[in-house]
Design a protein around this ligand. Structure first.
Ligand code: ZN
Ligand code: ZN
Length: 587
């Protein structure tokens, strides 16, 4: 079975190896001074919503009005910070700071480009929604309830100005983002009704304070309703052909990919790589389905169409899944088993003092994800990390059945590997060991998702699942999802792929349900580039590993590779690769 999985990854960017000899840490002190507490305090004063999201509440009472003035302030901050950054020579910094330097350099350029070139603030009305930070302030116990309600009262004052600016900003929005904005802003009203009322009831605010708060909430609701009405009034002209396209187009897509993905590859090269990988996966799945057919369909002849054959084998295998009432317990049981496997097979050292706690997803966090890691932000390091699992008994029965089939006997462990060990959770524990605020605040999504996808493969390579045809077939379907996400995203945004072709790709070539394909089509219209991050990161990490193996066959050790890679924190793979190649070349 092993030869079957030896994929050929053929895009290789050899970075320039520079001498890393520099007087250690003298420049580090200068860097830390410029980009320490004062820098972040200024940053959070400009982005208080994001601050609330990561647990920095100093500016929680501030709602930034998205007008020309606030955009100019952000641009001025970027220019000032960038000048400071360029006054420090990155080659004189220690490894970790050099990575931080490169992250900031990219972040400043990216932020400036988004405001001045991409201009989502003009064509994406869904960027305007005040609800989330309010909900976080109301539900996160970072201060006594009365204090949090006073923060809410102050923050509410800017809501009317916020939506006035939003309406003024919007020019030729896309139809899809306008519809999303209408839907989400309608949902936002809830935060200022029952959620707020129940918190007020639980508080000891005076009657005067209560009245003021309710009045301001009422004004805020009117502002939201006004925004929704203005967007609804736009719909006929947008539907009549006056909208911008949701498709980014090549130039903007390439640039966004460059800033966001940071694996050292171009969007087009990754797309071509994904197309090749899809074909390789289909060929492998074809062979596996041939092996499995007689076992699952004895005495039945195989369909001549290979994709139909693969789909039918997967469908039959999907019948083997846990019962709804055992789903949670099964996940709870698998986590320590995965930890055990990772340790015994020399994949990673895990910290026994940090066991992961599995829990039912709290109501306010229930979204689309079935399961996911809920980790404390960098400003809240002592809080626990949880593995949230949606309680299946609160989901309609037919939906539950399709989830259970999807996360069948073979797929459920792969999900746990991805989310928990050695995937997101283990990665996070390592990132926290070498704390870098810059790396956690400006975390690179392709590195994080790429690691989780790479971890699945590393587990199966180490023999997890016993190298059966079943585990490799289901794993291939899972990997195909990341691969096809990449093909879809690029095809839709750059190559004008139609809805019908997109759904054919997802359903026929990636064995997804119609429901899943519909959701993905919606997501690709509303987002761009993010869908490629899984495969981009995976391919880059895998390629780095193979490169190190080739160049240093004697010294290469898998566990050391994993630990060194994770030791750099949430930095982009491009930067980690440069640092690892420098270190391992012994310069
Ligand atoms: Zn069933
Ligand atoms: Zn993930």
């Amino acid at each position: 079975m092993r030869t079957l999985i030896a994929l050929i990854l053929c895009w290789l960017v050899v970075p320039q190896i520079q001498a890393a000899d520099s007087p250690p840490n003298r420049s580090d002190a200068a860097f830390d001074k410029e980009f320490g507490d004062a820098f972040f305090d200024a940053y959070w004063s400009l982005f208080p919503d994001y601050g609330v999201g990561v647990g920095y509440y100093k500016y929680a009472d501030r709602l930034i009005v998205p007008d020309d003035k606030s955009r100019s302030e952000i641009l001025a901050f970027i220019d000032k910070s960038r000048a400071k950054l360029l006054s420090i020579d990155p080659q004189r910094l220690s490894e970790s700071r050099r990575a931080d330097w490169a992250i900031l350099d990219n972040e400043f350029a990216s932020l400036r480009w988004r405001i001045t070139e991409l201009r989502e603030w003009q064509w994406d009305p869904s960027t305007y929604n005040v609800a989330d930070p309010f909900a976080k302030i109301l539900t996160t116990e970072f201060a006594p309830l009365d204090d949090r309600l006073k923060i809410v009262a102050r923050r509410l004052q800017a809501v009317p100005a916020y939506y006035t600016a939003a309406q003024r900003n919007i020019q030729r929005p896309t139809l899809e983002h306008t519809q999303l904005a209408i839907e989400q802003n309608r949902g936002a009203l809830e935060v200022f009704n029952s959620e707020l009322q129940s918190q007020i009831n639980a508080s000891t605010l005076s009657s005067g304070e209560r009245r003021q708060l309710l009045e301001r909430a009422h004004t805020a609701r009117n502002a939201i309703e006004g925004y929704v009405a203005a967007l609804e009034a736009l719909l006929p002209t947008l539907q009549g052909g006056n909208a911008s396209s949701f498709r980014l187009g090549r130039a903007r897509y390439d640039k966004k990919f460059f800033y966001d993905i940071q694996t050292g590859d171009t969007a087009q090269a990754l797309y071509e790589r994904a197309v090749k990988e899809r074909d390789t996966l289909h060929a492998r799945m074809d062979m596996l389905a041939d092996q499995l057919w007689p076992k699952y369909f004895p005495n039945m002849s195989m369909p001549s169409d290979r994709l139909e054959k693969i789909g039918r084998v997967i469908g039959k295998m999907s019948e083997q899944h846990v019962a709804r009432e055992d789903f949670f317990a099964e996940i709870e049981k698998q986590i320590p088993q995965l930890a055990d496997w990772v340790t015994k097979h020399g994949l990673l050292t895990l910290d026994p003092d940090k066991p992961l706690r599995v829990r039912k997803t709290p109501p306010h966090q229930r979204g689309v994800a079935l399961a996911g890691i809920d980790a404390p932000g960098p400003y809240n390091p002592t809080a626990a990390t949880y593995y949230n699992v949606i309680p299946l008994d609160e989901i309609p029965a037919d939906r539950t059945e399709s989830l259970l089939r999807e996360y069948n006997r073979w797929m459920l462990p792969i999900l746990n590997i991805h989310e928990a060990i050695p995937g997101h959770y283990a990665q996070l524990v390592y990132a926290n060991k070498s704390p870098s605020r810059i790396k956690s605040i400006f975390a690179n999504g392709a590195m994080i998702e790429g690691w989780a996808v790479y971890g699945e493969r590393a587990m199966l390579e180490s023999g997890y699942g016993d190298h059966t045809a079943e585990i490799w077939l289901i794993y291939s379907k899972w990997l195909l999802r990341s691969v096809v996400n990449t093909i879809l995203d690029y095809s839709v945004h750059v190559n004008n792929m139609s809805e019908a072709d997109a759904k054919r790709l997802l359903v026929r070539e990636a064995f997804q349900s119609n429901e899943e394909a519909n959701g993905k089509w919606r997501r690709v219209q509303l987002s761009s580039v993010q869908l490629t991050s899984y495969f981009a990161g995976y391919a880059a990490i895998y390629e780095l590993r193979e490169q190190l193996k080739r160049e240093q066959p004697q010294q290469f050790e898998l566990k050391r590779f994993h630990e060194q890679f994770l030791g750099y924190g949430n930095a982009p793979v491009r930067i980690i690769r440069d640092l690892m190649l420098q270190t391992n070349s012994g310069s």
